[in-house]
Design a binder for this molecule. Structure first.
Ligand code: ZN
Ligand code: ZN
Ligand code: ZN
Length: 362
C-alpha cells in the first residue's frame, strides 16, 4: 500500500461515524501515530496531511472565518477576500493592495491585520513596509511551542489600541507558534475567559488514575464550535487519587459550546432534581451538609456537574475536551453521546465520596 493510500485510509477511518458501533467499549481507542504531527485541521476536525494537499502552499481557511456575519464585515471586502483567496491558493507570497477598499489606507491596513491576527494563522509572515500594502509570505518552518497560557489570549476587537507595526509583530510571533496533533484547543475569542482556560489542549487526555482512563483523540476542535459531544473531567479529583467525569452534548438551543458549558455553572444539570431543588433557597445548605458532614443524598444531588464544579470542587478544576463533533444528524450525535458515556465513565459512581461518573444511567 502506498503512503498516499495509507493516509487516505486513516482519514476514512476517523471520519466514519459508524466506526463507534464496532468498538469494544472495554478497549481504549488507540493513539494514531500518523496524526500526532499534523498542524493543520479542517472544518470537520480532520487532519490535513501535507502529503495529500493539491499544492504545497495551499492553506485551510475555516469557513466561519471567511463568513461575513454581524460585526465581522472585513472578510467580505475586496482586501479581505484577497487575503482569503491568497491563503487558499498555492501562491507563496502576496502583496495585498489596501487601496482596493474604500477609506483610509492606514485604517484598511489596521482592519486587515486585526482580521489576520484573530484568524490565528500559522506559518505565515507579514511585512508592512510597502506604502499601500501588506506583504504576506507562507513558510514551512517548524512550529514553536507557546511558552505560557497568557500568550494564548487574543486581542479584543473593540479594545485594540495596537499600532499596525505592533499587530504585525504579534501576527508573526503567533504564526510561528502552535500545536501539533488532535485535541481541543482554545478559540482565541476575547470573551472566552471561563471555558478557554479549562480546555485540555492535548492529543491525549487522562481523566483518572488507572491506566485505562485515557482518551486518545482523533480530531481537532476549538471551543467556539457547536454540534459536539464533550468530556468534562476533574483535575482536583485526580490530584486526590479519585476521578470524576461527565460526558455531555451541545443542544439545539445552544448558540455554541461556550453557552452549553456556561449552563453547567448556572443550574442543576439533572432536570428532575432541578425542578425539585432548583428554586429552593436551602440548596447550598443541603449541599454543604452532604459534602462536608456526610448528610444523606438520596437523590444524588452531588452527582451533578453543577454541584461538582460549583460546591464540591471549583469551576477552574474542570478540564474540557471535545470528543467528537460535526455530526451529520442529531440522532448520530445523541448515539455517540450515549456510547461515549458508557466508554468513559461507565455510569460508575462512588456515593461515599461523591466521585465517579456524573452521568446517570437512564
Ligand atoms: Zn472559546
Ligand atoms: Zn472533583
Ligand atoms: Zn459545615
Amino acid at each position: 500500500m502506498s503512503n498516499f493510500q495509507r493516509l487516505e485510509g486513516i482519514i476514512n477511518d476517523i471520519s466514519d461515524f459508524t466506526a463507534i458501533l464496532k468498538r469494544d467499549p472495554r478497549v481504549r481507542v488507540p493513539l494514531i501515530p500518523e496524526i500526532q504531527n499534523v498542524w493543520e485541521w479542517d472544518d470537520l476536525g480532520l487532519p490535513l496531511f501535507p502529503e495529500l494537499k493539491i499544492g504545497p502552499w495551499v492553506r485551510h481557511v475555516p469557513s466561519d472565518f471567511a463568513q461575513v456575519k454581524g460585526q465581522r464585515k472585513f472578510p467580505g471586502t475586496p482586501v479581505g477576500r484577497d487575503f482569503i483567496d491568497f491563503m487558499r491558493s498555492n501562491a507563496q507570497t502576496v502583496t495585498l493592495d489596501c487601496t482596493r477598499n474604500h477609506g483610509e489606507i492606514a485604517n484598511t491596513k489596521q482592519l486587515l491585520l486585526r482580521m489576520i491576527y484573530g484568524g490565528d494563522f500559522k506559518k505565515i509572515r507579514a511585512v508592512g513596509d510597502n506604502a499601500n500594502g501588506i506583504t504576506i509570505t507562507k513558510n514551512d518552518d517548524i512550529l514553536l511551542a507557546y511558552e505560557n497560557a497568557v500568550s494564548l489570549l487574543r486581542v479584543s476587537h473593540e479594545g485594540t489600541k495596537l499600532t499596525n507595526a505592533e499587530l504585525i509583530e504579534k501576527i508573526n510571533w503567533n504564526a510561528a507558534r502552535g500545536f501539533l496533533g488532535p485535541g481541543t484547543y482554545k478559540c482565541r475569542e476575547a470573551h472566552c475567559t471561563v471555558t478557554g482556560p479549562c480546555i485540555t489542549q492535548s492529543p491525549s487526555v487522562r481523566f483518572g488514575p488507572t491506566p485505562n482512563q485515557v482518551v486518545h483523540l482523533q480530531k481537532r476542535f476549538k471551543c467556539n464550535c457547536n454540534n459536539v459531544v464533550y468530556l468534562v473531567h476533574c483535575q482536583a479529583c485526580i490530584d486526590e487519587g479519585n476521578w470524576t467525569a461527565y460526558v455531555g452534548t451541545t443542544h439545539r438551543k445552544d448558540r455554541n459550546f461556550h453557552e452549553r458549558l456556561g449552563g453547567h455553572c448556572k443550574k442543576l444539570v439533572d432536570e428532575w432534581n432541578n425542578e425539585r431543588y432548583g428554586g429552593d433557597p436551602g440548596l447550598p445548605n443541603y449541599l454543604h451538609a452532604m459534602i462536608n458532614h456526610g448528610a444523606p443524598d438520596p437523590h444524588q444531588l452531588i452527582r451533578d456537574a453543577f454541584v461538582h464544579w460549583g460546591f464540591y470542587h471549583d469551576r477552574e478544576d474542570r478540564r474540557i475536551t471535545i470528543l467528537d463533533g460535526q455530526f451529520p444528524t442529531d440522532r448520530v450525535r445523541l448515539h455517540h453521546e450515549a456510547i461515549l458515556m458508557r466508554e468513559i465513565g461507565g455510569f460508575e459512581y462512588f456515593p461515599q465520596n461523591g466521585t465517579g461518573s456524573l452521568n446517570k444511567f437512564l
